[in-house]
Design a binder for this molecule. Structure first.
Ligand SMILES: C[C@](O)(CO)[C@H](O)COP(=O)(O)OP(=O)(O)OC[C@H]1O[C@@H](n2ccc(N)nc2=O)[C@H](O)[C@@H]1O
Ligand SMILES: Nc1ncnc2c1ncn2[C@@H]1O[C@H](COP(=O)(O)OP(=O)(O)OP(=O)(O)O)[C@@H](O)[C@H]1O
Length: 291
């Protein structure tokens, strides 16, 4: 029986614009995605039959609603595989946070089973399968940094932030991505990102300008419901973050820092209020197979 260990990382969105809505109610987006070095460990072990999910985090479902279960089920059905898997998820990425925690677990299962069962799927094949599980899954397979269009699946790789310090702070509230998109008034957006400018900032490695230009149109929806978002952003800026914004549909807020001392002080203060506070770096790669 074979076993594989994988590291799968979280993402932040450096910008999110919503351009329209599809007939199936999925929104058309233009986003800049960046992988960060905050990861879950996923262990995949071949068993005789079935799919078993195990996790050390009480908020992670262990039944067929787990997106890692769905990923394994998709592969087993598509390739008629009789063997089973036990998937153990050691969670470090906050749950329902806007950090693609579930999506990156699913990405790890697709990449891991491709290797374990020698399926010979290309990265593009894996991303296509990933899209059937969720809009963020293809990016989690690609990793690094990318512009995402369509519903998030049309990805163009870009040079992202190179080892930049990111402070992550997740308030103790659970936010549903579906609810946030449903409550977005596409025609009444007061502020939208200039994606071209932000991409230029990245090209020129002008982190300061990028931090000022960042914009997430989903932020106002979550911010209007939960006061914590504004409070955390204010604290990050007081501690000299170059910029601070909500990631994805929230509620996680991140800050970009160019000074390690300031970032550490901000972390210490925020950690007293919000347990799930982490100081990490940006990361260049995707799913990592450890063997
Ligand atoms: C907010 C982001 O995390 C930004 O990266 C993504 O757009 C969301 O990606 P995700 O969580 O993988 O999304 P999915 O699991 O596919 O969808 C969750 C729900 O979000 C809404 N949704 C998602 C993506 C999208 N482009 N438009 C949407 O309207 C849909 O109502 C869907 O029911
Ligand atoms: N493997 C998993 N890890 C975490 N949550 C999972 C997983 N599988 C299913 N879930 C369910 O999915 C919900 C959303 O969790 P997740 O951590 O994926 O959200 P997220 O970070 O907001 O994702 P995204 O940024 O892609 O919208 C959780 O409330 C949980 O019940």
């Amino acid at each position: 029986m074979e076993s594989l260990n994988l590291k799968c990382r979280a993402k932040i969105n450096l910008s999110i614009d919503v351009l329209g809505k599809r007939a199936d109610n999925y929104h058309l987006v233009e986003m800049i995605m960046q992988t960060i070095d905050l990861y879950d460990n996923v262990n995949i072990e071949e068993i005789d039959s079935g799919i078993i999910i195990d996790s050390d985090n009480e908020y992670v479902p262990t039944d067929s609603s787990n997106i890692a279960y769905k990923a394994a089920d998709l592969i087993k059905r598509k390739f008629n595989i009789n063997k089973g898997v036990k998937i153990s998820i050691n969670k470090n990425i906050p749950v329902a946070a806007g950090l693609a925690g579930g999506s990156t677990n699913a990405a790890a299962v697709l990449v891991g089973l491709n290797k374990m069962w020698d399926l010979k799927l290309t990265e593009d094949n894996l991303m296509e399968l990933g899209l059937q599980l969720g809009a963020d899954v293809p990016f989690c397979i690609l990793g690094g940094a990318a512009v995402a269009e369509g519903i998030g699946e049309k990805l163009t790789r870009i040079e992202g932030l190179e080892s930049v310090k990111i402070l992550i702070c997740k308030p103790d509230i659970l936010v549903s991505t579906k609810w946030v998109y449903e409550n977005l008034d596409i025609n009444g957006l007061s502020k939208r990102p200039n994606t071209k400018n932000i991409l230029n900032n990245l090209k020129e490695n002008d982190v300061q300008a990028l931090a000022k230009n960042m914009c997430n149109v989903l932020e106002s929806v979550t911010e209007n419901e939960y006061t914590q978002i504004k409070e955390i952003k204010k604290k990050m800026i007081e501690h000299h973050a170059l910029g601070s914004m909500m990631s994805g549909s929230g509620p996680t807020v991140f800050g970009i820092f160019d000074n390690l001392d300031c970032a550490q002080k901000a972390k210490e203060e925020l950690k007293q209020l919000y347990k799930q506070t982490y100081l990490v770096n940006t990361y260049k790669g995707g799913i990592e197979i450890e063997g």
